[in-house]
Design a protein around this ligand. Sequence first.
Ligand code: AMP
Ligand code: ZN
Length: 692
Amino acid sequence: MADVPRERGAAQARARELRREIERHARLYYALDAPEISDAAYDSLMRELEAIEAAYPDLVTSDSPSQRVGAPPGELFAPVAHATRMYSLDNAMDPDELDAWLARIADAVGDRECPFVCELKIDGSSIALTYRDGALVRAATRGDGRVGEDVTANVRTIRDVPLRLADGIEAIDVEVRGEVYLPKASFARLNSEQDEAGAVPFANPRNAAAGSLRQKEPAVTAARDLATFMYAVASPEALGLASQSETLSLLRRAGFHVNPDVMACADARAVRAYCEDALGRRDTLPYEIDGVVVKVDSVALQAELGHTSKAPRWAIAYKFPPEEVTTVLREIRVQVGRTGVLTPLAEFDPVTVAGSTIARATLHNADEIARKGLLVGDTIIVRKAGDVIPEVVASVPGVRDGSERAFSMPEACPGCGGPVWREAGEVAVRCTNVACPAQRIERLLHWVSRGAADIEGLGEELVRRLVETGMVRDVADFYTLSEADLASLDTGRVKLDGEPVLLGGTLAAKIVASIEASRSRPFARLLFGLGIRHVGVTVAEALAGAFARIGAIQSASLEALASVDGVGPKIASSARAFLDNPDNVAVLERLQAAGVVFETQVGTPALPQTLTGLTFVLTGALERMTRDEAAAALKERGARVASSVSSKTSFVVAGDAAGSKLDRARQLGVAVLDEADLERIVATGEPPASRA
Ligand code: AMP
Ligand code: ZN
């Protein structure tokens, strides 16, 4: 990375150049899906810009890509009047209604040509982005169509939203409209995190997107993985755009993320064909759609057709039939999660929805069951929320025969019989017994799961046996299992002759090999595997990215943890509490002693090089890390570590019984730091303020 220019003018010029280049690469990556440089090279440009802005804070501009994250909420949620009304759309609920609309359009245009554009109807939340002189100045929700809410700070965190329009179209003042959405995979992940945190899950990706936009903390929005598809400008005529097709291509050139799944349709027949085709592809798309929007292409015809009081006459939303099916709710079983949360699970007769068979759905908590009025034995309506998560929508009370029974949450933990507890202000009920075997098994299963340490061959049944036989009590015990132990493990099943079935050598060898391989899984996944409350995949990645080593996280202050993007005070205190718990510390130590590597490994992206240009000298004995570890941690952030003190030394870190080097530092007036200072620098990457 280049050094920060010493002269302000040069710094300003360089920052401008960097911003333009970073935005160009972001556009190549997000809008055009054609990156020209590696992620690492992109990160390095970003770091250089951040270094300049750190050195010259007054050079920071609101449209700088560095401002995508963590900008203060400011005018968050203040009312915003839309330049022109943001209309809703009329719906066609079935093919007949679509045909009726097409016929009305045909009537109105007579024998003139009337091509259409068909777009997928993204199930998200509408957004309006205002650009002045090519820079994003405001983002607003639709609200009631006339007045929306200011969500600029949050929208800046969405990576595919250009903060500046592309070269060539820069000077435009424009209001661009489109949809903010959450991809299906992110929605599924977000909801599992909500569940784990005992928070109310989102009903569908649309609510999740809208909820994520309206976060008070932009960092929370930033962690949500939102994306956009933009499809309109407020006044196409003013920009000389003659058609919706032209609008889409202008938006694409300007750097917006425009859905490539659009179709120019010459006539009604082509429109029907596209609608049918889109319905067929619905399940395979990575985002949720609830229909197709058919638009008259010509802006002149659009103007002629006009609007009703709430929607344009020139467009229609052809809605897909909701994929909901009825089945019978057989049982509500209560599961104990690894954090002790008791979760009711609906078990129903298997049915096929959106292309796959489902037989179970989480009911989240007792409130949810009460709200839906579900009785065991009810005929229920099920669907897949966001096309992925099985969900019980409602019961059909009309067909009850009196045999149905009400469900109540158990008073005791179904795993251990211990007391359960409902925290004030939370919907979740928890088992408070730390030794609860149900929780233990869930914790162990979480560690071996694919997204974590990924140990193959260790399924639920086997883990249960290992716990029952006392061979495994915590995750570190997996690493003490020998092939011989496993091979002779009694699986709990018996042969016809009454002999117990043992696990056997082949399977044992496979499991041991997989346990071996799990020692070097990516740091973020191992961190996630620990099962710290509120630390889902996303948060684990953020922490691993910010700290690189478990030691750094363990010694980080609450504030340092909370300042990581996407973390915040609640997650930080949960992590602190977990890492301060002596039982957990002991497990971590045993894991590390067994060779499990809790650090970012070579090949994974480097940490921000915030200590570039600084030279450290270490002297004396440190208490909580070796000198080699300290040197490695400093170098990881770009610092130099020298063995003797000179006038070029930036800092001397003095441990216990520091000798001549400390004296020399004092003679030369070099700043001296202690171990606590060092830990803070290593954890946060922030160079110390005072320099002698
Ligand atoms: P509804 O909220 O069901 O009345 O549908 C209208 C909403 O559909 C609009 O306000 C947009 O937010 C949304 N929408 C999603 N995709 C599109 C699209 N391609 N064109 C126009 N509107 C869309
Ligand atoms: Zn329990």
